[in-house]
Write a protein that binds this ligand. Structure first.
Ligand code: H2B
Length: 96
């Protein structure tokens, strides 16, 4: 069972994931990505989907044409865990 993030890791979030923000009213983080068009957004989503499968950790997300909103939280833990941080960092690396 994966544990929720401890206070020290939470305090470091702004530093480790500067592009991500807390979701209001939830123990979750979000980031929005914008691309040139739908094709690029969808290609990004395909890469993230493969990454998520590899990590066995899956995003909540929404796509509107060239925009992709990703929300990460750990359902098994009822909130943020290190698995969200790991996936967010891997997604950031993909996005460049
Ligand atoms: N993704 C997310 N975001 N949270 C989880 O708790 C989770 C998951 N659990 N992907 C995984 C799958 C779990 O259900 C499987 C059985 O490992």
């Amino acid at each position: 069972m994966v544990e929720r993030l401890d206070a020290a890791s939470r305090a470091r979030l702004a530093e480790t994931l500067p592009e991500w923000r807390m979701v209001e009213g939830r123990d979750a983080i979000r980031r929005e990505f914008r691309f040139r068009d739908f094709s690029e957004a969808w290609g990004f989503m395909a890469r993230v989907a493969l990454l998520a499968e590899r990590q066995d950790h899956h995003p909540e997300w929404r796509n509107v044409w060239n925009r992709v909103e990703i929300v990460l939280t750990t359902h098994d833990a009822g909130g943020l865990s290190r698995r969200d941080v790991e996936l967010a960092r891997a997604i950031d690396a993909l996005a460049g």
